[in-house]
Design a protein around this ligand. Sequence first.
Ligand SMILES: *Cc1c(COP(=O)(O)O)cnc(C)c1O
Length: 397
Amino acid sequence: MTDFRATREMFHLPEGVIYLDGNSLGPLPRAAASRLERCAREEWGEMLITAWNRAGWMEQPARIGDRIARLIGAEPGHVVLGDTLSIKLYQALASALEMRPERRVILSDSGNFPSDLYMAQGLIASLGRGHRLVTPPPEEVAEHISEEVAVLMLTEVDYRTGRRHDMRALSRAAHAAGALVIWDLAHSAGALPVDLAGAGADFAVGCTYKYLNGGPGAPAFIYTAPRHAERARPALSGWLGHEAPFAFAPDYRPAPGIERMRVGTPPVLQMAALDAAMDVWDGVEMDALRARSVALSERFIAAVEAACPELSLASPRAPEQRGSQVSFRFEHGYAAMQALIARGVIGDFRAPDIVRFGITPLYIDESDIDTAAATIAEVIRGRLWDRPEYHARARVT
Ligand SMILES: *Cc1c(COP(=O)(O)O)cnc(C)c1O
């Protein structure tokens, strides 16, 4: 059994705040603050350069990778941490395209996170070999799978609507057409059970500062299926992905397996915070997390819809088609979200008209959901959003 009262106690949650934005930036695990302090003072401070060996800094990216592997159904030894999600996606895509040299189409969808699409566009330009990025609406992706497709590159859960792709079915269809599959798990890792090995994914990537609570700037992860691990050529061939970095050889030779996907020096302090954040998951069963996420989401949708007919559900109504967030469309969504934040209910806004709420059972319970829904009702019914200060756009929304 997973004890969600115990997991909630593991987080620092500011007084008077109901935090429904863990899908953008997870809150601070209490242990992460002390781990950061310890890593800085005892390791960096006292051990200096010797900490790479004595404190295990060099092994951290693969060791924490294994902790994440358990949550995403990856085989142990096939996940490594480092860099940002955009970079890891670029690496996975470049490697995959090389494995299908005769094909020219990258198939994604129009709801994918812009950075994923931008990285693909940039890679296409650098390659200069006439690749095309095709982005049909998410519901129509399956119809576009053909023998022209080199790589199917999708984010499992849509960042705006929370709509979830059928990972298993789409992976199978892509493989039947001879294409490879890359899954972006930015809104899946730590949000719902994922079975990468069972789905037959070729590559996967994800970030650790959303549902995994690793902190702002926490490193991303990358997975290469064991069948490709010794074959995939890392497009970013940095020294820490070299077979023998401290031989300082003039020529690049990839390290065995997933280690080759490392690029340069890992962010050690960020890794320390993430390692502490991963402790929270030790007692958590993903099926229990999912069941609770669905129950809390259903409760939230019912309460908001009952009180606010002005808001229309942007997420799929069927729980199995959603990730772990609930989104509504509202014409004055930006101002409404500012009014909510001013009242201690933190979600976020995504242009043009979506208000988005992350449902994170590790630290959100029924009473939070009820208070949040009541606050939303107050803001909408009373038109409390309609004040000039709530309309001024900040740089980050
Ligand atoms: C959050 C997110 C990103 C962000 O990428 P960074 O390089 O970590 O800034 C990229 N892709 C998806 C799908 C995301 O949800």
